[in-house]
Structure formats: structure tokens, C-alpha cells
Design a protein around this ligand. Sequence first.
Ligand code: UD1
Length: 429
Amino acid sequence: MDTPEQAGSTSPFGSYSPVNADTPATPPSVLFDNDLNILLRNFALNDQYILVTGGLGFIGSHTTLELLKANYNVIVIDDLSNSFDTVFHRVKDLASKYHDENGTCMPSLKIHSHDYKDMNAMRTLLEQYKLPSLWGSPKSKIAGVVHFAAHKAVEESIKKPLKYYTNNVSGLIDFVGILGEFGIKTFIFSSSATVYGTLANRGVPLKEELCVHREGLLKDENGLEKLVESGCTGITNPYGRTKWMCEAILADLAFSDPEWTIVALRYFNPIGCDPSGLLGEDPKGIPTNLLPVVVKVMTGQYEELKMFGTDWDTEDGTAIRDFIHVTDLARGHIAALSTANEGRLRENFRSFNLGTGRGSSVLEVVKAMENVSGKPIARKAVGRRAGDVGSCVAVAARSNDELQWATEKTLTDACADICNFLRVSAVTA
Ligand code: UD1
């Protein structure tokens, strides 16, 4: 991860170059230079904020925590529609503990519990962070936005498409409109591997260049370049389409105005939780994702796990996904923010896969959880779920190279952390 400390060591302040070649150079103090870098970086971050919409949700809360650990001041907006206010206090306590242990200062954490679509509330909030600017573009203490607030239940999106288009798409248009008015133009968007649609079924490596908003060149496995037209292939549900549409809107916005710097992060399958066991995946509705269902079986709320499809073209017949630990995913946002704010992004709209680059089957996940928890997980093979794909695994090369980010945690880590979350939840219930 590109922490401020690490980022500081590559800053211009870290390199020593004597002004006059005739004057004997004083050898630089590595310790002093590094300390100075950290000081300067922290000073710069002191009065800057990152705005996180949906900051109390599963991925949002983990990202808020990692931002605080990396010394960013954070303003959370969350309407609590799919999260709990206790999460706020837990994030704050975990971040404080981290800074206490490291002898560093806890950055500021603020919460605004309203809908991100409430433009009056947003305007009032953004006014508070406005910086004086007599001429030129408006300026703000908000140095970037990470936008998670969105509906994400696939089944529900099929039944209530307008709810999804209103919240995820119309909401985004108004939101970036008002951010632009206040001169806040660094934007990290929560996208999904769902934008690859049925390309995932074709056995082609899922590279970002396969699914673009402007035509471009793609290098195939043999190093041959071919032209890729803009567009997507076979998105199976309205939720997925909202993610694609939002990416397209943001790409057009970035093209129209070079002041914007926009990153779309395409998540593969986030699982696990903070090792403390204090944050976790706790959806308010009926869970549909694999791990939350496995958890329901482990806690006795469900009799068994229905494994959707055991006839896929995979080694054990169950579907393969790229399961990524949510802490690794959260750190991907920090890498994206520093890349964007340090001007290292190759174009002012760029998409990145956030995945491990390795696939695990549904059965492997269940067995990993059985091994870690020491308990059998009842399961039954049933037919394929409508809209599922057999395999969906990231090519993570672009994020590794350009964001200087890579996953560190394993499937076993994720299972162990979930077991911890269950133990903590049982004690605090
Ligand atoms: C799903 C969404 C995707 C979204 C992602 C967010 C669908 C079709 N896709 O991806 O758009 O971005 O969640 O996390 O819902 N499984 C079972 N039994 C269960 C639940 C799941 O066997 O009770 C299987 C699924 O069939 C699938 C795998 O586990 O093969 C992963 O499923 P899930 O966690 O729902 O994620 P995706 O389907 O990959």
C-alpha cells in the first residue's frame, strides 16, 4: 500500500541535489529527510479532508478505517439505509487505538447522516469546507471523494430497476455536479467486475482494456495490438448496468473537463473483515452473496448452503470467483487516491481491477471456512442461479503497476477474520 510515509519517500523533498557543483556537498541525513517528508506530508494532510459516501457500509467502513490509519481526515456521509451507527464508533475506536499504539495523532472523523442525494444538505456541508478564492476555480479543503453510496442487490435491482437508476445513476449525476461547483474534482468510484458481463464466461483474461468507454488498443496474450471499441458485453441485471452507466458518465465528464481526476475501481468479490472482528459484513436485508450466507449457516440461522451450480466447467464443478480480502480492497482506494492526487494517473479517467488475480471455487471457500472454524458447513448442490457466470477472475497487473498496490491477505485470513467477527458479535449481542 502506498501510505503517506511511503509516498513521502518518493517526493521531490527526498532527493538531494547540490545547488553548486563546486561546493562540497553535505551528505544528506536519510533519517532527517524521511522525517521531514513525513512531517511535510502530514502537515499537508492536516487541513484536508476525504469525503466518503456510504462510509459505514461493509467496504465503506473498512476504507474509512484505512484512510484514518493513513492520516487522512475523513467526512462520512451515510444515511444508514444498509448500515448501523455503531459502526461509526467502532471505526473511530479502532483508528484511535492504532494511532495510540504508533504514537501518532488521530485525524479528524466526522459523520453526516443524510442521503447523499439530499442536495440541500450537501450544499450546506460543502459550504463549510469551501476555501476563499477570489478568482479562478473554486477551492475546497475536500481533497477527494470516495463514492460508495449505492444500492447493490442484484435480485432487487431486477424487481425495482427505477430505484436503482434513481439512486445509483441520477444521484451520481447530481452529486458530481455539485462537487464540480465547489471545485472538488478528485473522485474514486466504486465500480464492479459485473461490468465485464458475460465476457467472464468466454475464458478471456479480464483486463480493463476489454471494457472501455473510448476506443483504444488492447495487447493480446501474444503481444499483438488490436483495436477495442467502447461498450460492454452481456451485463445481466440493472444493478450491473448502473455501474456501467456511472462509469460511462464519469468518463465523459473527465473527457469534457481535464480538471477532473476520476478512478473507477472494479471490485471482484470482497470478503473477510478487519482482524479485530469489530467490523464485518452485516447486510440489513436477506443476504445473497456467498460468505454472508455461509455465516448464516454457521450461526444456525440457515439449515444449509445451497451451492448454485456444480456443473460449471471447473475442477470441482462449482463456480470460480476472485475473492479479495476487504482490507486489501480498502487499501486499493488509498492507493488510488494517492495516485490521483500526486498526478500519477495515466489519463484523467482510468479504471482498475481490484482483485487478487487468483480464483477459488465455491467449494474451496466452504472447505477453507470449515478448516478455519473446525466446524462442518451443511451444503446441498442445487441448479445454477440465473445470471451467474462460471468464472470471474481479475487480471490485476494494471493496479499492481500503476497504483503500486497488491493484495496481501489470503482466503484463510479472510475466513479467520470472519470467525473472529462472529465471536465478537456473539459476545456483544
Ligand atoms: C454478485 C453480483 C455482482 C456483485 C457482487 C458483489 C450476482 C449475479 N452478481 O457477484 O453483480 O458485484 O455480488 O459482491 O449476484 N453462491 C452459492 N450460494 C449462495 C450464494 C452464492 O452457491 O447462497 C455462489 C454463486 O452462485 C456464485 C458465487 O457463490 O457462483 C459467488 O456469489 P456472490 O457472492 O453472490 O457473488 P457474485 O455472484 O460473483
